[in-house]
Design a binder for this molecule. Structure first.
Ligand code: ADP
Ligand code: MG
Length: 319
């Protein structure tokens, strides 16, 4: 073997933000016939955010005022979204979004703020804040008792959920997302669809490795992996897999051929270690360095393909 080819492979990798911790990677990456991608945090951003809003923007502002008093991950998503609205209002008209986060559909678009009303007046303090465990939160904002949470909670404490909002909620649930209903003054006013957004570059990467068997692995329900399952590059989806089940799945696939696991360096460390080749995404934690053969430090999913590219190039030079 030529140490020089390996050394230059390592250097090329490093230049692209990929730390190779095991130089045997150049062999195993070329041989890998099955690539297992973890979903959350690898194909997706890994954080809850508001993907779309159906209904009234002011309702979202009021909801955010109440959610600021909650520590729930849903609350963080809603407040971050409302902060974004304030920034947007300072510059432009809001973008219309569909309930599933896709292309604008005027029928379910966020109501644009009328011209001349683009600066919202500040909201008063939240009074009578209440947590409704496992259901949501409520609080009084400028005279209205604002309820934020499940359809049932809003129906019970506020009143009816109009059919269009109910439909948005149902559709969101079917796609593995969480509908957060906002209601006050007698009825539901808006639904914020909360979920984890797929990374912009996921299709590019899966298409680039389409000549191999591509597997998506997730602890979430089948419905939350739908978007990936429907892509032609994806051969198989294993959904509802608990953390120890991930290791088991990787081991099983590995008995049938050379298997690479691509995942998060912390949560997926055992599965990365169980694979013939582990590629960790994210900042090189000690855990990732132990478990993985390569670490993609900048968290750009495209660099997963870089690993396979460099491996092919380096192997040609070794021979
Ligand atoms: P889990 O156990 O799945 O984390 P929780 O018991 O924390 O769920 O919450 C259950 C449901 O209650 C959430 O899915 C959401 O619909 C609703 N919920 C809880 N807290 C909030 C909140 N602060 N704002 C809006 N909805 C909430
Ligand atoms: Mg919880």
């Amino acid at each position: 073997a030529t140490p020089l080819a390996v050394a230059s492979g390592l250097r090329d990798a490093l230049e692209r933000g990929v730390v190779v911790t095991n130089s045997a990677l150049f062999e195993s990456a070329t041989a890998a016939d099955t690539l297992v991608f973890d979903k959350t945090g690898t194909l997706t951003e890994g954080e809850m955010e508001v993907l779309a809003v159906d209904g009234d923007r002011d309702a979202v502002r009021k909801a955010a005022a109440v959610e600021r008093l909650s520590e729930h991950p849903v609350a963080a998503a809603i407040t971050a979204y409302a902060d974004g609205l304030e920034d947007e209002d300072a510059v432009a008209t809001p973008e219309a979004v569909r309930a599933d986060g896709g292309v604008a559909d005027p029928a379910v678009a966020t109501e644009p703020t009328p011209p001349g009303d683009s600066t919202s007046s500040p909201l008063g303090p939240v009074e009578e804040f209440e947590r409704h465990p496992g259901e949501g939160v409520s609080g009084r904002v400028d005279g209205d008792r604002v309820v934020v949470g499940t359809v049932d909670l809003v129906e019970r404490l506020v009143g009816s959920v109009p059919d269009d909002l109910e439909a948005t909620a149902t559709k969101a649930r079917e796609r593995g997302r969480l509908p957060v209903v906002i209601g006050y003054d007698g009825r539901a006013r808006a639904v914020a669809v909360v979920g984890d957004r797929a990374r912009d570059e996921w299709r590019d990467v899966l298409e680039a490795v389409d000549d191999r068997e591509v597997v998506v692995l997730t602890g979430d329900d089948e419905s939350a992996a739908e978007e990936f399952r429907d892509h032609p590059a994806v051969d198989r989806v294993f959904a509802g897999v608990p953390p120890d089940g991930k290791v088991e799945t990787v081991r099983r696939l590995s008995r049938g051929g050379v298997t690479a696991m691509i995942g998060d360096g912390t949560n997926d460390a055992p599965a990365l270690a169980a694979a013939d080749l582990g590629i960790a995404l994210g900042n090189g934690t000690a855990r990732a360095a132990d478990a993985a053969d390569a670490i993609v430090t900048d968290s750009d999913l495209r660099d997963v393909h870089t690993v396979f590219d460099l491996a092919a190039g380096t192997r040609r030079r070794i021979r």
